[in-house]
Design a protein around this ligand. Structure first.
Ligand code: IFM
Length: 451
């Protein structure tokens, strides 16, 4: 008799993700030498554990000219340091990217669908673009890679932002319709899906020890006002730069509606949402830390407990709190390019918290550091993954670890300067060169290196 335990429930979800729920004939020839069999993985992790690397459409595809972020990059003034331009040209080079994932010995690739390409004008869906993403998904399967697909990673079509973005009540229906169209076309071969990427990011940014300077808020307000003017609309709202108090309810409802639309198209597909989750530690009393937890995660954790097959955790560090609020990292702490403390154990803390708060299996959908010194990334990865192993050993169901990012890419406001990649990308030729940390990670994934 088979007992349904938390452990084998996760095993079945992962088997479905790895094998595909309804494989169809590949739309393109498999890469020479590629095999459909998933690669052998680290024996110290659950069978079928997903070992992956992530990207997102706007950050790597290039020439994403119908998206709100592209418009804001080109508005004056702008909080964006530079244009995303050709980014990493992954719109054309995605087969190379998938070969890279395979070459590193990973079995999973997380990427996003670009809503602004799929629905460039309101209600007008592009079969050509849907087919583009279908080829990517099939391309993953041809290489034995599980595609983890984010339906929306921040950027939205210009028409959606110009209609008030997530601040408008209509946003929920617009998102649900897009999820329905995309899922009906694409979901058969998707391994795992997430609706939204870090819909709690603007709330989280309010709890940094050093908030963004007030001048930046002014530039942001002028940028959004000028974008609205150029579109001839009253309110232009972008997920990375808007009024979160007006957005929050719609984002929550958007996840619920997107989840239902994707499940209606493919009931066997596991669907979640990815949150930014810090390892929030109280230095004294837990009052301020718990206020942050309620403000940044509370509504999401409660929703995911009800509507979600798993929770996606995206962790980039720990945050310290005294009795009154957030405090700076300890004096002398090593900081990343983004000013965050180098603290690999934060991943374990975030994973444990996310599972305790939702009761759901955890997919680590992002984790990494921005650094130009790749030896620090090589040191970070084994320590972060050792924490995941400890969490699993104590009973936390973790479905996989997906590193951010497969390659150096366009880091939003900060442009191309922050280096999160396992792979360097030549900004002129777009040649990809894996860094030593990529091989360290690949060896762990394949069980050739212990953590
Ligand atoms: O680059 C981002 C990504 O788009 C969302 N999560 C955090 C990453 C690093 O800042």
């Amino acid at each position: 008799m088979t007992h349904i335990t938390r452990r084998n429930a996760i095993g079945s979800a992962l088997t479905a993700a790895l094998c595909g729920s309804a494989l169809t004939a590949p739309a393109q020839a498999a890469t020479p030498g590629a095999s459909k069999a998933p690669r052998a993985t680290n024996p110290h992790f659950p069978a079928g554990f997903l070992w992956g690397a992530a990207t997102a459409g706007h950050q790597v595809e290039g020439q994403n000219t119908n998206s709100d972020i592209w418009l804001l990059e080109h508005t004056k003034p702008s909080i964006y340091k530079e244009s995303s331009g050709d980014a990493c040209d992954s719109f054309n080079r995605w087969p190379q990217d998938l070969d890279l994932v395979r070459h590193l010995g990973l079995n999973t690739y997380r990427f996003s669908l670009e809503w602004s390409r799929i629905e460039p004008a309101q209600g007008e869906f592009s079969a050509v673009m849907l087919d583009h993403y279908k080829r990517m998904i099939t391309g993953c399967r041809d290489r034995g890679i599980t595609p983890v697909v984010t339906f929306n990673h921040y950027s939205v079509p210009i028409w959606f932002a110009a209609a008030g973005g997530w601040e408008s009540a209509g946003s929920v229906d617009h998102f649900a319709r897009y999820c329905d169209k995309a899922a009906r076309h694409l979901s058969a071969e998707i391994g795992l899906a997430t609706t939204l990427n870090e819909p709690n990011i603007l709330d989280a940014l309010n709890w940094l020890p050093l908030p963004f300077p007030p001048e930046m808020k002014q530039v942001q307000a002028s940028m959004l006002a000028n974008a609205a003017r150029s579109c001839g609309t009253a309110l232009f709202s972008s997920s990375n730069a808007g009024n979160i108090d007006a957005m929050r309810g719609n984002l929550l409802a958007g996840h619920r509606a997107g989840y239902q639309a994707i499940k209606a198209a493919n009931p066997s597909l596991q669907v979640g949402v990815s949150l930014t989750v810090g390892d929030d530690q109280a230095a004294g009393s837990t009052t301020a830390r718990d206020r942050k937890r309620e403000a940044v995660y509370g509504p999401w954790m409660r929703l995911i407990a009800e509507v979600g097959d798993f929770i996606g955790v995206q962790n980039y560090g720990r945050y310290l709190f005294d009795d009154h609020g957030p405090i700076k990292p300890p004096a002398g702490a090593e900081l990343t390019q983004m000013g965050e403390e180098f603290y690999p154990a934060s991943l374990e803390g975030a994973v444990r918290y996310a599972h305790a708060a939702t009761g759901k299996p955890v997919l680590i959908s992002e984790n990494g550091i921005a650094t130009t010194d790749d030896s620090r990334r090589a040191a970070y990865i084994p320590q972060a993954i050792a924490g995941v192993r400890r969490a699993i050993a104590s009973g936390v169901p973790v479905m996989g670890y997906i590193h951010w990012s497969l390659m150096d890419n366009f880091e939003w406001l900060f442009g191309f300067e922050p280096r999160y990649g396992l792979t360097a990308v030549d900004r002129e030729t777009f040649e990809r060169k894996p860094k030593p940390s990529a091989y360290v990670y690949g060896e762990i994934a394949q069980g050739k290196r212990m953590v």
